[in-house]
Design a protein around this ligand. Sequence first.
Ligand code: BYC
Length: 333
Amino acid sequence: MYTTNLEFGKKQAEEAAQPEDADKVAAFEARVAADDYIEAKDWMPQAYRKTLIRQISQHAHSEVVGMLPEGNWITRAPTLRRKLILLAKVQDEGGHGLYLYSAAETLGISRDEMVDALLSGRAKYSTIFNYPTLTWADIGAIGWLVDGAAIMNQIPLQRTSYGPYARAMVRVCKEESFHQRQGFEIMTVLMNGNAAQRRMAQDAMNRWWWPSLMMFGPADDNSPNSAQSIRWRIKRMTNDELRQKFVDVTVPQAEAIGLTVPDADLKWNEERGHYDFGAIDWEEFYAVVRGEGQVARDRMAARRKAWDDGAWVREAAIAHEQKVAERAAVKAA
Ligand code: BYC
């Protein structure tokens, strides 16, 4: 089996068994409060490590599962130019997953353990990828709304308190910004097209708007992890703050190209300086988090198949590494 970081993981497990030293905790909290970055070899409370492993690995899983709905359209992109752009975007998402798995590995968990958590259903991935991509306009809506929501969430994560995660986010955000623009351009072209194309764009908007708002997670008063993550500066803004920012930025973009936001309660609130918007269907959100529905089952089946199909590559890499080590040992003897 392919594993990494085993020794490091053992060291962390031994550390976790010890009671935490109050002076170390105080010094750690002072560093976080001073906006210092915490690095892989620095001492950190076990709960901080655990939260980071949870969030970063789930973020990585989202990037990799996120390749599936768009990958579905690579062979059906309407032109060669669109195909090239989509191919590059999907490859970028795979790259994001790899940076993030690597960032999580610095915390002492192995890639095998993370993949196992995903495939056995113990780890989550973003709800947004459990919706189907029915038409080409969905690719525009994903780029514009889904990547748009992702950037809104990820820009503050460039200043998250864990150095390797923060640095991974810098490159991810640059690429997401290109993704968002290509999505908005697809929607703009469709809205400047014929009546059928405009209908297709509006239909995609209708289906992706609410799931995009759900990407930010439960409302703040229902978000069990937020308070501690904000205190540790893992999260720099709350779920509701980011959701509001996304609505405020995106509604004028929709209006600019003639799309209607599917929310009868959406209204600019002069006093607050923000849009008021309608109630989110949290029952739908939790059902999707639980992996209910055919699309979720298909996503997991695709990931399991990819992992099984890749077994020979992992085995070959290990065999090669062993051969190199054996040759080096013979040479040294
Ligand atoms: N989906 O206490 P809360 C992308 C879970 S990919 C599923 O607020 P937290 C892209 C949450 O995990 C974008 N589960 O949690 C790729 C927690 O359960 P656990 C992915 C969700 O962590 C390809 C529980 O609900 N981005 O950009 O403080 C193509 C309670 O929530 C969701 C990231 O992962 C959800 N939407 O805040 C295109 C960003 N929301 O773990 C685009 C990094 C919540 O305790 N992650 N849950 O069992 C974060 O910023 C935070 O983890 C969240 C949630 C804001 C998502």
